[in-house]
Each structure stands twice: as structure tokens, then as C-alpha cells.
Ligand binder design. Structure first.
Ligand SMILES: [Zn+2]
Length: 274
């Protein structure tokens, strides 16, 4: 399959030290008072009712540029210039139960890389803040879900967001993900830092990629809009066992597709700095 990626997740594991650091997070008390209303993917508190849970979530119901969307693969070719520059980082991984801040996506397993990985769009730099996983995929292609989708969330200095979505299909075992799967948290609320495990976020990214581009939103409350979305046109493959390592932990954490409302999708070329 050649591709990909991704992101990474090719983790090269440096020698594991005995007593590797594992920090259980205990920071919830300090932010308790500002914690937004609880939401979920189940019937109660689920996507259809997110807007009613809190005024802060209003856009989840009234927004006209929401994500995810169904992508029709015959989009027109665009001319924007995107450039990816991903670096190595120690592995910091958490299984979130609650939203703790805007781009900390609740109800997912999230990896938080160190500073230094970026994408650039027309001279504007977006810093990679975290990546996380949805099972099944949130975006659909010609109406079809993939078993998983990885979201790489980037933020610019002016707080605007750009997200790269990577679709994952079932295929051969993908050793790029072995180390990540080995360290997947087992319980919601678990947070671990593995300083001795190094993730090369750039590993295996081809020099030239293409992606569907559109303007959308966060796919979780508060569903904020004006998010630059890039969904890579080439999926990554993983074995069924590898996919189940994620889906058994995440269950179904996908928001249904949202109306396009006339938004245009284009196919853009991304270059990477490898
Ligand atoms: Zn996501």
C-alpha cells in the first residue's frame, strides 16, 4: 500500500527503561467548574441532541458548515499549496472521557506530540496539537464508511484550526502501528506518558499526497466552524486485529455526516518535507 503513513505512527521504540514513566492524570479538579456539559455518542446526549445540551453547543444544531460530510470522489482540482513538516516526538497518549479544552476531543484516544510538527497553507503555519481516532470513519466517501479515521488537529497562532483526516481500511498487518497499539490505554480516563517511546510523525509520508479540502467544523461539541479540512484521498491499511484494538476501546465514536449546504470540495496536492 505504499502509503502511508502516517503519521505516523511509526513508532520507533528506543530501549525501554525499567520504571518507564507513567503519569496518571489528576488535573480534573482544577477545571471542574468550567467543564462543559457532558455529551456522548449514545442515544442519550448523542449527536442529534448536542445543541440542546448547552448554549455553547448551539452550532452543532444551527451551523451551516458542519463536519463530517459525505465526499463525492469527483471533486474539482484546487490550486492551494499545502506543505507538511512532521517531526519525531515522545509518545503521550490518553483515553478521554470528557472534553477538557477546545481541541481535546472527548471520547477518543488521543496522542499529544511535542511542538515542532506543522502544516503550512499559503504561508500560514498550523501547529500539530494532537491526533486521535474515530471508529468507524466520520467522513464517508461516496456514501461508504471506512473502519477507522485518524484526525490530526493543527492550530495556527490566531487559534484557527486545520485538521487532516486519514481513512483506514482493512488490509495487511501494518507494522507502523505496532508500537502505538502496544501502548493503547485500556480504560477511559487513563493518561500515560512514555518518554522512552519515540513516534516519528513524518515516517512514511510520501512526498506528494492529495486530499479533499473543504471548510467545516469540529466534529464534537462545541462544533466550532471555519475549520480547514483535508481528508487524504489514499487510505492507510491495517489488519482486522489492529483495527479491533481501536474499535474495542472506542466503540462507535463517529458523528453522522452533515449537510454540505452548497459548500465546494476540491482536491488539493500536499507536499511533505521528507
Ligand atoms: Zn476527530
Amino acid at each position: 500500500m505504499g502509503l502511508v503513513f502516517i503519521l505516523a505512527c511509526m513508532l520507533s521504540c528506543n530501549s525501554k527503561r525499567a520504571g518507564e514513566e507513567e503519569n496518571a492524570s489528576a488535573d480534573s479538579a482544577s477545571i471542574q467548574s468550567e467543564r462543559p456539559a457532558h455529551w456522548s455518542y449514545s442515544e442519550e446526549g448523542g449527536p442529534a441532541g448536542w445543541a440542546e445540551l448547552s448554549p455553547v453547543y448551539a452550532l452543532c444544531g444551527s451551523g451551516k458548515s458542519q463536519s463530517p460530510v459525505n465526499i463525492l470522489s469527483d471533486a474539482v482540482k484546487g490550486s492551494a499549496e499545502w506543505r507538511i513538516d512532521y517531526k519525531k516526538t515522545p509518545l503521550e497518549i490518553a483515553h478521554h472521557e470528557h472534553v477538557e479544552e477546545l481541541i481535546n476531543n472527548g471520547h477518543t484516544i488521543q496522542v499529544t506530540p511535542h511542538e515542532g510538527s506543522t502544516i503550512t497553507y499559503s504561508g500560514k503555519v498550523y501547529h500539530l496539537k494532537q491526533f486521535h481516532f474515530h471508529t468507524p470513519s466520520e467522513h464517508t466517501i461516496n456514501g461508504k464508511h471506512y473502519p477507522m479515521e485518524i484526525h490530526l488537529v493543527h492550530e495556527a497562532d490566531d487559534k484557527s484550526l486545520a485538521v487532516i483526516g486519514v481513512l483506514v481500511q482493512e488490509g495487511k498487518h501494518n507494522s507502523n502501528f505496532d508500537q502505538l497499539i502496544k501502548y493503547l490505554p485500556n480504560a477511559a480516563g487513563e493518561r500515560k506518558t512514555h518518554d522512552s517511546v519515540s513516534i516519528d510523525v513524518s515516517m512514511n509520508i510520501p512526498e506528494i499526497l492529495s486530499a479533499w479540502h473543504y471548510i467545516g467544523s469540529l466534529t464534537t461539541p462545541p462544533c466550532s466552524e471555519n475549520v480547514q479540512w483535508l481528508v487524504l484521498t489514499n487510505p492507510v491499511a491495517m489488519s482486522m486485529e489492529q483495527l479491533s484494538a481501536f474499535s474495542s476501546r472506542l466503540k462507535n465514536n463517529n458523528r453522522p455526516v452533515q449537510a454540505l449546504n452548497g459548500r465546494m470540495l476540491t482536491i488539493e496536492t500536499l507536499s511533505s518535507k521528507n
